[in-house]
Design a binder for this molecule. Structure first.
Ligand code: NAD
Length: 289
């Protein structure tokens, strides 16, 4: 049997990421059976109607029975409670993973509940949209996107390799790093940009002299592109900020320092500074496809 094939994949949480994993697993033929669980009856009904799982069950414990791969796909703040619910039903030798956007906190929440006879390999696919829920998933979500694995120091290398090749079968490119480094990298590339986008929408809404309808009508001038990610799920993002507090505050502090320098250059009319700064940052941005 190839390293990418699992007998039974259990997905706990069937929102954007859980449903996309199911669709991508089917496309890849990477599992004989996909079993899903979602907390809300409505999500379970939608999942059954859409048919991305072979079976949608009524409890997380039932979903993980006999599964050789279990992926927890719930908001970061719920990972510990969900793991406590499944811990007693996990099959010996199963790989247990997650997709959380923050790694140190998820590891701290999940690891204490897991029995010694399973392999815990945390992971984070850097793929998403501003949509959420089971209807928003699609098989191509992970194509050519990175999936970062953050195995613990005592992780079984065979389990890590199996999970890597599974994500590659789903279309992703994979990499490994420590959970701490992941959280710092993601604070820069994802978490702080989301905080700033949400804040910019708040600023526009709070202005007395510019109406909401003007903001909407003239948003193509930058606001629309810049704030697209502020349409993302509030529960997910609340949990990301509360669980990656240190790295986010570090990067937000640096952002505030840079912003003050730019603000001062604008106030003092320092065109040379602004031109040099924008030339340098434009070159960096153009290097990112
Ligand atoms: P989503 O809102 O689309 O789905 C979340 C799922 O978790 C739903 O099935 C919901 O019913 C369930 N859930 C919510 N709270 C729960 C709780 N307390 N207990 C049990 N189940 C609960 O969210 P999503 O975008 O699929 O995100 C899921 C995970 O994936 C999060 O940890 C997020 O950090 C991570 N992630 C998201 C993105 C993205 O861009 N959306 C990208 C990569 C990773």
């Amino acid at each position: 049997m190839s390293g990418t094939h699992f007998r039974r994949v259990a997905l706990i949480g069937l929102g954007l990421i859980g449903s996309s994993i199911a669709w991508a697993t089917r496309r890849a033929g990477a599992a004989d059976e996909i079993v899903g669980y979602a907390r809300s009856a409505q999500t379970r009904a939608t999942a059954r109607k859409l048919g991305f799982c072979h079976k949608v069950v009524e409890s997380p414990a039932e979903a993980v029975e006999d599964a050789d791969l279990v992926i927890v796909c719930v908001p970061v703040g719920a990972c510990g409670a969900v793991t406590a619910e499944i811990a007693g039903s996990l099959a010996a030798g199963a790989i247990v993973s997650d997709v959380g956007s923050v790694k140190t906190s998820v590891i701290a929440q999940m690891a204490p509940h897991l029995p010694a006879n399973v392999h815990f390999v945390p992971a984070h696919p850097l793929a998403g949209t501003e949509h959420s829920g089971p209807e928003s998933g699609f098989a191509e979500l992970f194509d050519s996107r990175w999936c970062i694995l953050t195995p613990l120091p005592d992780a079984d290398p065979h389990a890590t390799r199996r999970l890597r090749s599974y994500w590659e079968a789903l279309g992703a490119r994979t990499d490994e790093m420590t959970a701490e480094h992941h959280d710092l990298v993601l604070a820069v590339t994802s978490h702080v940009p989301h905080a700033i986008a949400y804040t910019m929408v708040g600023v526009a809404d709070d202005l007395q002299r510019v109406t909401d309808s003007e903001v909407i009508r003239y948003s193509a001038a930058g606001f629309r592109d810049f704030t697209r990610i502020a349409a993302s799920d509030p529960t997910m993002w609340r949990d990301v900020f509360l669980n990656n507090r240190e790295a986010v505050l570090d990067i937000l502090g640096r952002f505030a320092e840079e912003l003050f320098v730019v603000q001062r250059a604008i106030r003092t009319g320092d065109g040379d500074y602004l031109h040099d700064y924008f030339t340098r940052t434009r070159a960096i941005r153009r290097g990112i496809i």
